[in-house]
Write a protein that binds this ligand. Structure first.
Ligand code: FES
Length: 94
């Protein structure tokens, strides 16, 4: 299991490294913004501050530059390590 922290609110959840970060967050009651859930709309875009993740699809809707800067689409990304994500719109589910 990997520990995921979501800044700046300091939310946290665990992921098994197989489920997407979006699904893992939801299971723990952490809501990340989302819409399409298939890596195209970019609603869920957030930045990895620490750790590594990879995408489950070959062409997530990110530019090369965004990828270099550490942006991921958590609806189609899984963790490869503990992560610190920057996702200001993340919140606890009601
Ligand atoms: S929810 Fe659409 S790209 Fe992630």
């Amino acid at each position: 299991m990997f520990q995921i922290r979501v800044e700046p609110k300091g939310l946290s959840f665990e992921t098994d490294g197989e489920a997407s970060l979006l699904v893992s967050a939801a299971r723990a009651g952490v809501v990340l913004p989302s819409s399409c859930r298939n890596g195209t709309c970019r609603t869920c875009i957030c930045r990895v501050q620490r750790g590594t993740a990879h995408h489950l699809i070959e062409w997530p809707g990110l530019s090369l530059e965004e990828k270099r800067e550490g942006y991921i689409l958590p609806c189609v990304a899984v963790a490869d390590s503990d992560l610190v994500l920057e996702a200001p719109a993340a919140r606890h589910s009601a």
